[in-house]
Design a protein around this ligand. Structure first.
Ligand code: ATP
Ligand code: MG
Length: 597
């Protein structure tokens, strides 16, 4: 029943039930009381009248008055009839009143009534008596009083007065009606009041329910209006306070979450969170990259993500088993990752793990470069040193007999020591530059004249090797700010390389062009070229395409590294294009102003 399911219904029905029960009990009691009251009142009245008339009759002088009193019409008010009995022959009925008369024999036969006549007792009784009126006899409920009259009229003289109980019934039925009416009105009013009262209680409750649903949906701005000061009002205040606290807490939680996710996503290290079964729960971008690289390496589709790299799964098993953080290393797609996995606890149980992945490739590369560098330097120094040793030994041992031979040996020793000196100087230079200790003497320079001058320096060497030098320097008025000595070193290195790695009858072209922001210098040759796969490494220290290190024309492999450092110190760029056996072009771009563009 819907009514019973709502608070309004429950309260309403309860109140109604209560009021109805009370009213019913009250009505029954009242009815009983009133019925009794009416009867008693009627009896008393009748008795009083009868006694009064009887006492009047006792007085001979007022006999007539009494007789006329008997004859008085009582019916107006009480439909009362009186009868004065002397004996069976002598009696008087009231003339008017109800037309029904009691048969005279009744008074002598009825046990109660005869008491008056014979025992001279006053009686008050009720009963069903056969009344005869209009020739018909019918039973009627009447109330009757009998009073003995002590007078000279006769020994058994008695006065009876009777009245139909209808009168009493009519009176009590009237009261009954009034009581029923009041009860009905009371019930209706109670119903209405109860309804209003309960709806006053439930309407804020209903509003609160709506608000709770809104809050559950995440709408924390919802406020319950506080209309009353009672418990419901207090409940509303508490509710609003709760919603506010929830909002603050949730905001704090969200902020923390967002902060955490920001930290995670901007971290350089990869982070993977694993659940109890070792399934991937959260990854940040570097970790995602790691996993997708692993998947690619294993030949899996990217959709199959969620699977953990084998090495990580093994590490996870170890973490779960030992409940201790574990470290490992994985190589994926040429990058090496160091992994640190820590267990996550749910009170006392391991509920998963978090793995931090660090890309160690750079560190490994640096380690390798350092080792390579030392190996290269030692190698480069060992060659001239062993030569110095060999040739000086030859002189000491007197192998060179003639003065001419000795000079030749000394010449070689001299050249090798120069080469060693140059190597050491260049290394020192490079180390300084790479450490950032490069001091530029920037001055305004006319680039066309400057390039022509440097280019002319190589005329002799070029002729020696039968190489043609082609000058394509356009005259440029624009001033450029550079360190002349350093840029000369750059050009010298590049032109020297071009001539050195170009065979007889080749050509070397120097081209200078202006651009919006700077000058581009190309050194183009028709030499051996550089293998495509080596091109990215030509600017690295000790790189030499000619792995055989042919004596005589081999350099140290530091030239281009120095070039790159100097050009970058000028905020410029250097690049190389090459085709094997066709030629190489090195391009240097320098901004006009010595500043970053
Ligand atoms: P250094 O210049 O220190 O005397 P290097 O000339 O060998 O020695 P780099 O100038 O750094 O060293 O050049 C590195 C390597 O690049 C050279 O060994 C050579 O193999 C290759 N290379 C450079 N320039 C050219 C070029 N123009 N044509 C072909 N190969 C070149
Ligand atoms: Mg060189």
């Amino acid at each position: 029943m819907w009514l019973w399911r709502s608070v309004v219904g429950k309260l309403w029905l309860t109140i109604l039930l209560l009021v109805s029960v009370v009213l019913t009990v009250l009505t029954i009691l009242l009815l009983q009381y009133f019925e009794h009251f009416h009867t008693e009142q009627a009896e008393n009245q009748l008795l009083n009248q009868a006694t009064l008339i009887a006492s009047l009759l006792e007085n001979d002088e007022v006999e007539d008055v009494a007789m006329s009193l008997i004859n008085t019409n009582f019916s107006d008010t009480y439909a009362t009839k009186a009868i004065l009995i002397v004996d069976e022959e002598q009696y008087w009925f009231t003339e008017d009143g109800i037309k029904q008369d009691l048969p005279i024999s009744i008074f002598f036969e009825d046990r109660d009534l005869s008491l008056v006549l014979e025992e001279r007792e006053t009686i008050v009784t009720q009963g069903s008596f056969p009344l005869s009126g209009d020739g018909e006899e019918e039973l009627d409920d009447i109330m009757i009083v009998g009073v003995p009259v002590d007078s000279s009229i006769g020994d058994t003289a008695s006065l009876f007065m009777y009245q139909s109980l209808e009168v009493v019934e009519r009176a009590s039925s009237q009261t009954k009606n009034i009581i029923f009416l009041s009860a009905g009105i009371a019930i209706v009013l109670t119903t209405i009041f109860a309804f209003f009262l309960t709806s006053r209680i439930t309407s804020p409750l209903r509003r609160m329910r709506k608000a709770s649903l809104e809050v559950a949906k995440g709408n924390f701005d919802m406020k319950v209006p506080i209309l009353t000061n009672d418990e419901i009002g207090l409940l509303g205040i508490a509710f609003n306070r709760m919603a506010k606290a929830l909002n603050t807490n949730l905001n704090a939680l969200n902020q923390e979450k967002e902060q955490l996710s920001r930290i995670l996503s901007s971290m350089a290290d990869g982070v993977i969170t694993l659940d109890r079964e070792g399934g991937v729960m959260v990854t940040n971008p570097p970790a995602t990259e790691f996993i997708s690289a692993w998947l690619y390496e294993q030949g899996y589709e990217v959709e199959e993500s969620g699977s953990l790299p084998k090495e990580l799964a093994e590490l996870f098993d170890l973490v779960v088993k030992e409940e201790k953080e574990q470290m490992g290393e994985v190589d994926v797609q040429g990058r090496s990752w160091a992994i640190l996995m820590t267990p996550l606890y749910d009170q006392n149980h391991v509920r998963g793990a978090v793995a931090v992945l660090r890309d160690m490739t750079e560190e490994r590369l640096h380690d390798k470069l350092r080792k390579d560098f030392i190996a290269n330097v030692s190698h480069e120094l060992r060659t001239p040193i062993s030569m110095l040793q060999g040739y000086s030994e030859a002189i000491i041992d007197g192998i060179a007999s003639t003065e001419e031979e000795k000079t030749e040996l000394a010449q070689i020793i001299y050249e090798e020591s120069l080469r060693m000196g140059r190597l050491v100087n260049e290394l020192l230079d490079l180390a300084r530059m790479e450490a950032g200790h490069i001091q530029l003497n920037v001055e305004s320079v006319n680039i066309s004249e400057f390039c022509s001058r440097v280019f002319r320096k190589f005329q002799g060497v070029a002729k020696e090797h039968s190489i043609e030098l082609i000058d394509q320097i356009s005259s440029i008025d624009e001033e450029i700010y550079i360190d002349e000595d350093r840029i000369e070193q750059v050009l010298t290195n590049l032109i020297d390389n071009a001539i050195r790695y170009t065979s007889i009858d080749g050509s070397v072209t120097l081209r200078v062009e202006t651009f919006h922001k700077g000058v581009k210098i190309d050194i183009e040759d028709t030499g051996s070229g550089i293998p495509e796969e080596d091109l990215p490494f030509v600017f690295e220290r000790f790189y030499k395409a000619d792995k055989a290190r042919t004596r005589g024309r081999a350099g140290t492999g530091l030239g281009l590294a120095i070039v790159k450092n100097i050009v970058e110190a000028h905020y410029g760029k250097v690049s190389a294009h090459s085709k094997l056996n066709e030629g190489t072009t090195f391009s240097v771009f320098l901004p006009y102003k010595n500043e970053r563009i």
